[in-house]
Design a protein. Structure first.
Length: 427
């Protein structure tokens, strides 16, 4: 294999910044709701705690329904077209959050925003699987998903200032514009497959296509999505990602409110504090993906982090509300640990099944993650409102992450048609 295929060739320099920015913009418009909720949106619109929790969670219900159709379209037709239209439409819907006052319309807007953004992760994972080999995939997935914590990191700070100067409505409107602009950049710069890329070195293009095809020959054939969805590995991973996402999105959506409830700090200070877990997450994600690709091991780089996250949440519960700063440190640890395994996790899914059904399996698993995100974002908000504190929600997220770690440990890789192709050393 030429050095260009394994090394950091023009594919990495061109495609990874594009993938990173695209997913970053998607995450911006799902995570900024927590800042609106913590900064006066509920009071201005007379939204009670139950309605606020539902508004935060409805995004994930919309996100659930269109994952598998999006994956099918991306694999069979074009990820490029899918992402282009998604960028345009979610930008409009995200900005509309700042214009609406009728809570019924807000419910519809949040649901449709989830629908539009539901195509992004399966579409981008399939897109990257067409461009990067097994030896590169954990790092490629990690650079994509780094858009999640890094976006929340800077968004936490920027949103605090936008709210201060423009109010919560201005924050939503301003942060809805970038995906609309980026849609046209995306359309100009990407192609669906290496064979279409005139900018790629011809020798690397040929070798890359051959390597990707060779990897696919190692899989036992799986007839269709229905057969893939019945495999034990997919069922376990769907349950695992459901419970994992309860912890992640209970944390993401309500972290600013949790930090605000235990202090007298203003929103700018809360924004800076909210950024800390995502800084830890970004560093851990990169380190974890490098070691995972180097060892070709996936499971061992997933479950220990989830267990650490569970312990950190439970320790925060044991501390109670009297040790604000120590509890904050534990939340930083929990946030970093929950994000660290994403690269190996999605690489693992792509290595379990052949390409004709792997995208659908990713979408099904991510759909179950969306349901977990709905449960986490709704019930964490509800528990915080019902109990007047964060303790019950910390226990809830700890239990979910513990279940996720145990499910990961139970996973067994399916048999392959031939182990030689995927296990052979790179050359």
């Amino acid at each position: 294999m030429p050095a260009g295929v394994q090394g950091y060739s023009s594919r990495w320099a061109r495609l990874m910044p594009i993938a990173f920015i695209t997913y970053s913009l998607a995450y911006l418009d799902r995570a900024n709701y927590s800042f609106g909720a913590a900064s006066g949106m509920a009071a201005d619109l007379k939204i009670d705690a139950a309605a606020s929790s539902l508004l935060g969670a409805l995004f994930f219900l919309g996100y659930f329904f269109f994952q598998v159709p999006a994956a099918y379209y991306a694999e069979q037709r074009s990820a490029k077209k899918l992402i282009f239209w998604s960028l345009l439409l979610w930008g409009v819907l995200a900005g509309a959050t700042g214009l609406l006052s009728d809570i019924s319309l807000l419910y519809i807007d949040r649901f449709l925003l989830g629908v539009m953004e539901s195509v992004v992760l399966p579409g981008m994972l399939i897109f990257l699987s067409h461009w990067f080999t097994r030896a590169e995939r954990s790092r490629a997935n990690t650079f994509l998903i780094l858009g999640n914590p890094i976006t929340v990191l800077w968004m936490s700070v920027v949103s605090g200032y936008l709210i201060k100067f423009f109010g919560w409505r201005g924050m939503f409107i301003i942060e809805g514009l970038p995906p609309i602009i980026w849609a046209f950049v995306w359309w100009k710069l990407v192609e669906d497959r290496p064979i279409q890329a005139r900018w790629l070195d011809p020798a690397e293009r040929t070798e890359l296509e051959a390597t990707l095809a060779e990897e696919q020959r190692a899989f036992r054939p799986v007839k269709n999505y229905a057969a893939a969805f019945r495999t034990p590995a997919v069922i376990i991973l769907a349950a695992q990602y459901f419970t994992w996402s309860i912890g992640v999105y209970g944390f993401v959506i309500w972290l600013p409110s949790m930090l605000k409830s235990g202090s007298t700090l203003g929103m700018v200070a809360i924004g800076w504090l909210s950024a800390a877990p995502y800084l830890a997450a970004a560093a851990l994600m990169v380190v974890t993906s490098v070691f995972s690709d180097a060892s070709r091991e996936r499971k061992a780089f997933v479950w220990p982090y989830l267990l650490v996250g569970a312990v950190a949440f439970y320790a925060s519960y044991l501390l109670g509300s009297t040790h604000y700063w120590l509890s904050f440190v534990l939340l930083v640890i929990a946030g970093g640990a929950m994000y660290a395994p994403y690269g190996p996790f999605f690489a693992m899914i792509a290595e379990l099944l052949p390409r004709n059904v792997a995208g659908g399996a990713m979408a099904l698993i991510n759909s179950c993650g969306a349901l977990g995100s709905f449960v986490g974002s709704y019930f964490v908000g509800w528990l915080n409102g019902a109990t007047g504190g964060n303790g019950a929600s910390f226990v809830f997220m700890a239990a979910a992450l513990l279940a996720s770690a145990l499910l990961t440990l139970s996973l067994r890789a399916p048999a392959r048609a031939s182990a030689t192709v995927l296990d052979a050393p790179a050359h």
